[in-house]
Design a protein. Sequence first.
Length: 270
Amino acid sequence: MVLLSFDTEEFDVPREHGVDFSLDEGMKVSIEGTNRILDMLAANQVKATFFCTGNFAQHAPMVMMRILNEGHEVACHGVDHWAPQPSDFVQSKQIVEQVTGRKVYGYRQPRMFPVDDAEIRRAGYQYNASLNPAFIPGRYMHLSEPRTWFMKEGTLQIPASVTPWVRFPLFWLSLHNLPWTWYKVLTNWTLRHDGYFVTYFHPWEFYDLNSHPEFKMPWYIRKNSGEKMVERLDRLIKQFKKHHYEFMTFHEFAEKVKNEESEEKSKKGK
């Protein structure tokens, strides 16, 4: 099983590097990137989960509806990606559900920062996808957290996939920078070991960042951006399909886990 996801936020990375960057500018980049992603997913006939900020939902309602109309899942990713607030759990759910007219089941905190799982449950989410259980000094140091799905505070936790044992991260930055053969070997190893694979990307990665030196983006983020990233992800998806791996949304995965646990309890009760 492959759980493909996209953190669909207003592009704000230049602000991390001291660039005065407006919401309108950020939305332009993210809308273009999201449409490129949707085109590629449609060509491959696979489904994904889009974790959307309230800002993105309110400023790109037509894109939101395209995501849903093409069979993908919409989940929440806070309100303002640059400035997460404690109220985001509830407020982002209200905004996204109002824009789409659909119930939202999942949440991912901006930048995969820690969240209060009890608050996630009280806000009515079925699952939380805010954990990257990798070893990345200064960013993610979650060596004591489970690598694969687990329950906490009554909510299903779906961490991003990392390799067994050494916990090498297999998220967006890895696909940008690793040689293709290395990334393919690591993802296949993890998929066989865990039985499923979870990864995430951002729409702005599919925008030609190298054509905009004014963004002041580090080389390791700009590397293989734009059409090259479309080609890389397309190649990864085709690799998974070649081996007949099933693509599913996070909500579908959560329902599968729930049904399997119910069946297991029923067997034990007999």
